[in-house]
Design a protein around this ligand. Structure first.
Ligand SMILES: Nc1ncnc2c1ncn2[C@@H]1O[C@H](COP(=O)(O)OP(=O)(O)OP(=O)(O)O)[C@@H](O)[C@H]1O
Ligand SMILES: [Mg+2]
Length: 267
């Protein structure tokens, strides 16, 4: 069964076109000019239940825009998106119960209350049965090492602690699909390892479908069997990890291949 289906999906942003300086600002006030920026240009792909897919691309390629459309945060300009058979934008509430989202750059934790209270609130919001809650909390303590800071508010956590707590908060309700946009940004190597161990566990043991963006290519190979590479809003590659090595037999690492692909675009 396909958990994610994307068909000819596009997204254009309206950007204000403004000349420099004070005069430019005044001109813009009098007659505002806009231009269209097409961030995602009609991409098509589907992801099956239990797959874990890396979503790669240079800065500005359209990864976050796509993830925002898949999670119902942004409305597409054209094309269709289905997550677990639903339109994520139109059915945001139902969709939210079945997906988990982690944006490495932003937190979904309440800033001022102890982490443990955030988890209890999420338990009520998602109507998580007590037994499931306890079992998952035990798992998070074990793999993510949350115990040391459960009583602290999010604002007092280090980046790595916050991301680990965010990760736990995103899957406490046992979603079928997990979206992660740069979840390991700025993390130290040991925490990164913990995060990937956790993701591997929930992908393998709980069969949670994962779509993850990262610029940290070294860690990806232990988790993702498939890569989708975006280039300026288009899909450049969509296949198994092994396939990309077959295409570039001289390359030794994924990083080498991806750097080659990005540089090719620049020339
Ligand atoms: N809210 C917005 N308004 C206007 N343009 C935007 C907006 N968000 C993104 N863009 C533009 O859309 C394009 C794709 O951006 P997006 O954030 O999806 O890229 P990305 O692949 O996630 O890049 P990165 O690796 O830097 O996170 C970029 O050119 C960006 O400037
Ligand atoms: Mg991004």
């Amino acid at each position: 069964m396909n958990h994610i289906e994307v068909d000819r999906l596009s997204k254009s942003y309206h950007i204000a076109k403004r000349e420099e300086g004070f005069l430019g600002a005044v001109k813009h006030l009098v007659s505002p000019q806009y231009e269209e920026k097409q961030a995602v240009k009609g991409i098509t792909f589907s992801i099956q239940e239990g797959e874990s897919v890396a979503f790669l691309g240079a800065n500005g390629a359209g990864k976050s825009t796509t993830i925002k459309m898949l999670t119902g945060i942004l409305k597409s300009t054209s094309g269709t998106v289905r997550v677990l058979g639903r339109d994520p934008f139109k059915e945001r509430m139902t969709n939210a119960k079945n997906i988990g989202v982690v944006f490495g750059q932003k937190t979904q934790l309440w800033w001022d209350i102890p982490i443990i209270d955030t988890f209890r609130l999420l338990k009520d919001i998602y109507e998580i049965p007590e037994a499931v809650y306890r079992k998952n909390m035990e798992l998070f303590m074990e793999i993510l090492g949350l115990e040391e800071f459960l009583q602290q508010p999010a604002r007092r956590l280090s980046l790595g602690q916050r991301v680990r707590a965010d990760m736990a908060a995103a899957i406490l309700h046992e979603p079928s699909v997990l979206f992660l946009d740069e979840p390991t940004i700025g993390l130290d190597v040991a925490v990164k390892q913990k995060v990937y161990e956790f993701l591997r566990y929930i992908n393998k043991e709980k069969r949670i479908t994962i779509l993850l963006t990262s610029h940290d290519l070294n860690d990806l190979e232990s988790l993702c069997q498939r890569l989708i590479i975006l280039e300026a809003g288009n899909i450049l590659f969509d296949d198994g990890l092994k396939k990309i090595y077959d295409l570039y037999p001289k390359a030794e690492t994924l990083e080498e291949i991806v750097i080659g692909l990005f540089n090719r675009r620049a020339h």
